[in-house]
Design a protein around this ligand. Structure first.
Ligand code: PHE
Length: 466
């Protein structure tokens, strides 16, 4: 599985790494998934665990991935193999990167469907379909969209093609230009939305929901919060590792990834703070699930001055943020295959995108034709792998989401931190981070070697005991 073509270009400055990593991290995870999961898992406890997971597990994994990527300078699989050989360790470590690359493809399959929803909302916003709309009517509009598999497949196809197209063109140049404009605009519109939330008169209800800590909710929120910390930071897949390979040697890794982590967290919290007051003001259900953002935002934009225009811009930004993330899900797999077979980049890209597209059809159908098809059902008469028309269990979308966020991402991340902490070890970490202060180095090593792995292990065990 070896390939020796070193990455050709190194990014001009660390700003570009920050942009690419932020582009990968900030996406549907922040604006769509974080608020709806917070709603489903009851609010404050989930948010608090999520923040802990970001700081104590997610950030160390991001550090590990960046380190490994920059040191290895290849696609994630090959970087891990080469570094393992160099350190006299087993090349089996690289299997984590293989799992990561499969995980990226699985995530992309449903991500593209949801990004397709935002494409559809750009059009509906532009047509003025949401002007003056109530919460119930917005719910009905979302229901009508998800009930229509043909429409969903069309938008899913468009988004998947957009993703593949950028990858065939090479990621760096286009991404850089787009992100410079997009990120500031996204922040600006979130601030506008926050402003609207304040005027609903329910702002404090939103704050209370997000930050009120209820210990009774901790148990159920543990694994979801850990999984989401990985998802939102784009770690555990190898995406950040793939980008790390392009990072200049002298760029300060620590400061860089802290910037990325903070930006990502701020966007998620801002999205939550903007959405929940609207949810309460419009009498909507916080635990409504994946439709939360798509029901809440039309109410906001449908009822403010210039809402139609701002709504279009907002959903364009959501689609762009999703686009810059989706690219990074496909990149590790494409990089791996083009590392092994030179010259086939475009062909691999389209082939892999096709596989993700087909899988995505399963997610499309789980909102309509297959809504009754459940996997992993535990009911009165025992366990069934799949069954039709039963209570409980997971739809196809739930299943893919569960396998990726709750299992594969944490496992991948676990291997990456262990590799950085124990296999690369003290000297390499010191060298790569140019750490002069031994206290700081020791602290980081404890994070990589003990705290982060233990955190993941504890959550897994707690989940099994539940
Ligand atoms: N972090 C992205 C988001 O929050 C999703 C992502 C997951 C991207 C894994 C790459 C790898 O939308």
């Amino acid at each position: 599985m070896a390939g020796d073509k070193a990455v050709a270009q190194v990014w001009a400055s660390r700003w570009i790494f920050i942009l690419a990593a932020t582009g990968s991290a900030v996406g549907l995870g922040n604006i769509w998934k974080f608020p709806y999961m917070t709603g489903v898992y009851g609010g404050g406890a989930f948010v608090l665990i999520y923040l802990f997971c970001i700081a104590l597990v997610g950030m160390p994994v991001m550090l590990a991935e960046t380190l490994i990527g920059r040191r290895g300078r290849h696609s994630p699989v090959v970087s891990l193999q080469n570094l393992a050989v160099e350190r006299g360790a087993s090349v089996r470590w690289a299997w984590a990167a293989v799992m990561g690359l499969i995980c990226g493809l699985l995530i992309l399959s449903f991500y593209s469907v949801v990004a397709g929803w935002s494409l559809s909302y750009i059009i509906d916003m532009g047509k003025g379909s949401f002007t003056g709309i109530s919460g119930d009517a917005a719910g009905a509009a979302f229901g009508a969209l998800t009930a229509d598999p043909v429409k969903l497949i069309i938008f899913h196809t468009i988004f998947m093609a957009m993703t593949a197209w950028v990858i065939t063109r090479g990621v760096v140049a286009g991404l850089e230009r787009a992100l410079r404009l997009m990120m500031p605009l996204l922040f600006l519109l979130l601030v506008v939305l926050l402003g609207y939330s304040v005027t609903t008169g329910h702002f404090m209800d939103g704050v209370r929901f997000l930050f009120h800590f209820d210990p009774a909710q901790v148990k159920d929120g543990l694994l979801p919060a850990l999984g989401h910390a990985f998802f939102t930071l784009s770690v555990g897949v190898g995406s950040i590792m793939a980008f790390g390979a392009y990072m200049p040697r002298r760029a300060p890794i620590g400061a860089t990834i802290i910037t990325v982590g903070l930006l990502d967290t701020v966007v998620a919290l801002a999205a939550g703070l903007a959405l929940f007051p609207i949810v309460f003001a419009a009498g909507l259900e916080p635990g409504a699930g994946p439709g939360l953002m798509f029901v809440t935002l039309p109410v906001a934009f449908g009822n403010i001055a210039f809402g139609q225009v701002m709504g279009v811009v907002f959903f364009v930004l959501v689609a762009l943020a999703a686009w810059s993330s989706s690219i990074s899900m496909l990149e590790p797999a494409v990089a791996y295959f083009s590392d092994r077979h030179a010259g086939g980049r475009a062909r691999f890209t389209w082939l892999l995108a096709l596989i993700c597209w087909v899988l995505g059809i399963g997610t499309v159908l789980s909102f309509n034709e297959w809504a009754e098809l459940k996997f992993f059902v535990t009911g009165a008469d025992g366990f069934a792998l799949w069954a039709w028309g039963v209570e409980g269990g997971k739809t196809f979308f739930d299943l893919v989401d569960y396998l990726t966020s709750r299992i594969m991402l944490p496992l991948g991340g676990l291997v990456f931190v262990l590799f950085a902490g124990w296999v690369l070890g003290r000297e390499v970490v010191r060298e790569e981070l140019e750490l002069k202060n031994p206290l700081f180095l020791n602290l980081l090593l404890v994070l990589l070697r003990v705290v982060a792995p233990l955190g993941i292990a504890v959550v897994f065990v707690a989940e099994l005991l539940k």
